[in-house]
Design a protein around this ligand. Structure first.
Ligand SMILES: Nc1ncnc2c1ncn2[C@@H]1O[C@H](COP(=O)(O)OP(=O)(O)OP(=O)(O)O)[C@@H](O)[C@H]1O
Ligand SMILES: [Mg+2]
Length: 434
């Protein structure tokens, strides 16, 4: 995880950097917007940018847009001028952070774009076999396709392979093909030359070159536009890329790992994904089974997540009751490990004492699961806004008023949460006005 800080943050640069470094980030700092743009173009890369609200953030974000650089931006300021903060968010900043930097808030923002901890926790025989296989093929140069349902740990497996490979000292760069619009994605992957499109005022190095000597993870590859698939095929086949608008082909030295949570063969059949590219990427296939198919992983994962979230939330460690463990085994986990992780996070915050009981885990999802009599939740006939309000207030309650935690659990930004709360306090104001 690489964080770029732009501006002086009112003298809080080292405080913010320290917090980020403690969370495993590599931090670089530039004083001005132009230097920030220069750094991003040069291929040094960043996964997140924190920008001083005193600088012209709108100009900065507009430049990023024009130059097709898709790195998320967070605005930082002291005692904010609400208009400027709103302006920054409007321009496309993802979040607003007040200074002095709050460690918790920074951790939450970093966590949203990164993963700090990469152990593949397991105990199921199936997972063991997969890891043994992955470790065996990791040192080879073969391209790898990792498939599996959402939340099964495809990304964590890609990291594992990189770490076990001969390239482990070199960069691991990942790119989510589904999250970036097509015209940005091309620039993001291959970079571009000055003048190649309106807005390309300077050369920009793309992920392929950034990952040089290392591993490039192309996440959710099935979502890539067919036109880009053709370009990717060339890169994969010939190990050569062209920057957008470039005339000199550039030799690349990377290993490609791609992931997909769709059935790739079906995508090929439906002519959404090129068959030749599929075969090139699928030199080795690793399929991550759903959590249901590897029940032996549930207990170690649960204990691991309990410890992780107790530490993160600075609460004394807890244990899981045998009844709760039974419920975890009986559950279907359509969202797989990610869903288990979120449920345990919530349970850690909900638990009233040092033991996690079934209600702590399943309670907030709806009365049906709290209600052991098995009757259906009475949601039909109620307004979405009403249920939403109840959910938000209830979650906040259980987080002892901690908005960062509540927003994390609810899966919304801290800003959205704040706006909703304002709206509840003053029903005359709608959240879109805030
Ligand atoms: N074996 C594991 N040990 C520890 N954490 C895990 C494990 N598997 C998954 N996780 C955690 O579960 C979450 C989802 O994992 P990951 O992002 O790798 O899944 P994914 O298959 O890439 O999901 P998606 O298809 O939605 O992108 C992450 O927070 C990850 O850290
Ligand atoms: Mg993923």
């Amino acid at each position: 995880m690489r964080l770029l800080i732009v501006g002086s943050l009112n003298g809080y640069v080292s405080a913010a950097a320290k917090i980020a470094i403690n969370h495993g980030a590599k931090v670089s700092h530039v004083p001005e917007i132009d230097a920030g743009l220069e750094s991003l173009r040069s291929g040094k890369g960043a996964d997140l940018i924190m920008v001083d609200l005193k600088l012209d953030i709108v100009k900065f974000i507009t430049a990023l847009k024009n130059e097709r650089i898709a790195t998320p931006v967070v605005a930082c300021g002291v005692n904010p001028d609400p208009d400027r903060a709103a302006e920054a968010i409007h321009a496309g900043a993802k979040e607003y952070i007040t200074l002095p930097p709050d460690p918790e808030l920074i951790a939450a923002v970093l966590q949203a774009v990164t993963r700090d901890d990469l152990h593949v926790i397991h105990n199921d025989l199936k997972t063991k076999q997969i890891l043994t296989f992955a470790a065996r093929i990791a040192p080879s140069e073969a391209n790898i396709l990792i498939t599996g349902e959402s939340g099964t740990g495809k990304e964590i497996m890609a990291h594992f392979i990189h770490q076990q490979s001969k390239r482990s000292e070199r960069p691991f760069i990942s790119l989510n093909c589904a999250a970036i619009p097509e015209n940005l994605l091309e620039s993001e992957l291959f970079g571009h030359e000055k003048g190649s499109f309106t807005g390309a005022i300077a050369r920009r190095i793309g992920k392929f070159e950034e990952a040089s000597g290392g591993t490039l993870l192309l996440d959710e590859i099935t979502e890539m536009h067919p036109r880009l698939q053709a370009k990717l095929l060339r890169a994969v086949q010939e190990r050569i890329i062209d920057r957008v608008g470039g005339t000199t082909p550039i030799r690349i030295d990377i290993r490609i790992i791609a992931t997909s949570n769709r059935n790739m063969l079906e995508a090929v059949k439906a002519q959404e994904f090129r068959e030749d590219l599929y075969f090139r990427l699928n030199v080795v296939n690793i399929h991550m089974p759903s959590l249901r198919e590897r029940p032996g992983d549930i207990e170690p994962l649960t204990n691991y997540f309990i410890q992780k979230y107790c530490e993160l939330n600075q609460v004394a460690t807890k244990k899981i009751s045998s009844a709760a463990l039974k419920c975890l085994h009986a559950n279907d986990w359509p969202g797989n490990v990610r869903e288990l992780e979120n449920s345990i996070h919530r349970a850690v915050l909900m638990a009233q004492d040092d033991t996690i009981i079934p209600e702590d885990i399943f309670g907030i999802n709806g009365p049906a699961q709290i209600d052991t009599s098995g009757s259906a939740p009475i949601l039909v006939g109620r307004k979405v806004s009403e249920v939403e309000r109840e959910l938000i207030l209830h979650t906040l309650d259980h987080c002892l008023g901690n908005r960062t935690h509540a927003a994390n659990i609810l899966g919304i930004s801290i800003r959205t949460l704040r706006n909703k709360l304002k709206e509840y306090l003053d029903p005359n104001v709608s959240s879109s006005q805030l």
